[in-house]
Design a binder for this molecule. Structure first.
Ligand SMILES: Cc1cc2nc3c(=O)[nH]c(=O)nc-3n(C[C@H](O)[C@H](O)[C@H](O)COP(=O)(O)OP(=O)(O)OC[C@H]3O[C@@H](n4cnc5c(N)ncnc54)[C@H](O)[C@@H]3O)c2cc1C
Length: 417
């Protein structure tokens, strides 16, 4: 691959104090109109624009972001990536994404620090273990790697975890997906942004959509704080604000928006080499490459748009982690934050058409959409370009909430992103 950022260019920029440093992406003024407008400059929106250009040759595209790219859930999540979902529809979609993750740094020529350190889901009761075995078997049938571990195998992988049979929630076993792991969230947004920009996509930051323009049942453009912009097609990928944009188009989505919090500790030397999750104890943990422990749990029980942390969640979350890892009881926490996630009743996304011609929605990823970023962008680009879904997202329609063809992934989603 041609590397425009060679060692010589680095050296040249160092001696010229980066004066001629090329911006990673342009900041153009909005054009009068585009073939496609993507609303939302998170990972999903940027990936959609990138694949529209690179896979479908549609380059007259703008991504409209009300703040800065990656400042929403993309930059706020705990970066767990896996594909071991229960039902065929979700398993195939997330597996497509995982395969894209595996070549993403090379494809984008940008290091997204995808680290396949494995994702472990603990079982603490006999029912947990039955569910884990059922899901692992389903994964096996779908060609997705998944193992069921016994406590002695878990001890080898995570020796610092309390696996004593006398623990309040004894660890009876776990599922383990070795190809799962974590990635650097900001880099995912920046990598897709730079690659999309190179394909000719306009990335418009500080550009808030305030209205959806329609005529004769079809979308014609958007109203923004930087003026009116026309478009033949509009794709909406705004995560926690999906219902807000939907209402601008007179649509109602089966979505609740909840805050979801996370926190990180001070940096420690490498001590935890895989991702550990527990639905029953209600928490999950990994260690970032910087050394911070990255900790989270489920959504706040109330709906809202406040991206803040709260003490009750810290208390419950830390209590759960210390239950599993008493060794961390004296580690100091560094910071805490919240994001807004859009949750569908069946814990699965909506990716497809709406009753308004040319208006497409990609939303409802809830607590688990980061892992889907490349796959979601890939199928959404196909859907917008062709005007019909790819077979991988054909089941994830808005209509399923009226036909009843739901895909209940609560078991595989849960706290376990
Ligand atoms: C604390 C936390 C932990 C999580 N952990 C995980 C995890 O470990 N693994 C996992 O797979 N998933 C996780 N998730 C979920 C994951 O972050 C999301 O599903 C995913 O990042 C959604 O990506 P996105 O690009 O759709 O959304 P976002 O990154 O939120 O992007 C949407 C963008 O739309 C913009 N926008 C909104 N309204 C407008 C408007 N009117 N005009 C223009 N732009 C607008 C927003 O500013 C935002 O930048 C977590 C989420 C949170 C909050």
């Amino acid at each position: 691959m041609k590397n425009k950022y060679s060692i010589f260019s680095l050296a040249r920029n160092a001696v010229t104090y980066h004066e001629n440093w090329r911006e990673a992406w342009r900041s153009p003024e909005p054009r009068k109109g585009y073939d496609v407008i993507v609303i939302g400059g998170g990972g999903h929106g940027l990936a959609t624009a990138y694949y529209l250009a690179s896979e479908h040759g549609i380059r007259n595209v703008a991504v409209l972001e009300k703040n800065w790219i990656g400042g929403g859930n993309t930059g706020r999540n705990t970066t767990i990536v896996r594909s071991n979902y229960l039902w065929d529809e979700s398993a195939h979609l997330y597996e497509k994404s995982l395969r894209l993750w595996e070549g993403l740094s090379q494809k984008l020529n940008y290091n997204v620090m995808f680290s396949q350190r494995g994702v472990m889901n603990l079982g603490h009761t006999l029912q947990d273990m039955r569910d884990i075995e059922r899901r692992s078997n389903a994964n096996y049938l779908n060609g997705i790697d998944s193992e069921v571990l016994r406590p002695e195998q878990i001890r080898q992988i995570v020796p610092i975890m309390n696996t004593s049979p006398h623990a309040r929630y004894p660890v009876l076993g776990a599922s383990f997906q070795r190809r799962g792991g974590v990635a650097r969230h900001d880099a995912v947004a920046w990598g897709f942004a730079r690659a999309a920009d190179r394909e000719g996509v306009d990335i418009l930051q500080n550009c808030e959509v305030t209205g959806i323009l329609r005529h004769n049942g079809a979308v014609t453009g958007v109203e923004t704080n930087r003026g009116r912009i026309q478009a033949k097609k509009v794709g909406v990928v705004v995560a926690g604000h999906s219902s807000v944009i939907a209402s601008m188009a007179g649509l109602r989505l089966p979505i609740e928006s909840h805050p979801l919090q996370a926190l990180v500790s001070e940096p420690l030397k490498p001590i935890l080499h895989t991702v550990v999750m527990s639905n029953a104890v209600h928490g999950y943990i990994s260690q970032s490459d910087k050394g911070e422990l990255v900790i989270g749990a489920g959504v706040d029980s109330y709906t809202g748009y406040g991206q803040r942390g709260s003490f009750s969640v810290v208390e419950g979350n830390i209590g759960a982690i210390v239950e599993l890892f008493p060794v961390f009881s004296r580690v100091r926490m560094l910071r805490q934050w919240g994001g807004i996630v859009d949750v569908c009743p069946d814990a699965c996304p909506i990716i497809g058409k709406t009753p308004i011609r040319g208006l497409y929605f990609n939303c409802g990823w809830g607590t688990g959409g980061f892992k889907a970023t490349p796959g979601s962008g890939w199928v959404f680009a196909h859907t917008i370009a062709r005007g019909e879904p790819h077979s991988l997202n054909a089941a994830f329609t808005l209509e399923r909430f009226s036909t009843g063809a739901l895909i209940d992934e609560h078991g595989a989603a849960g706290v376990a992103h």
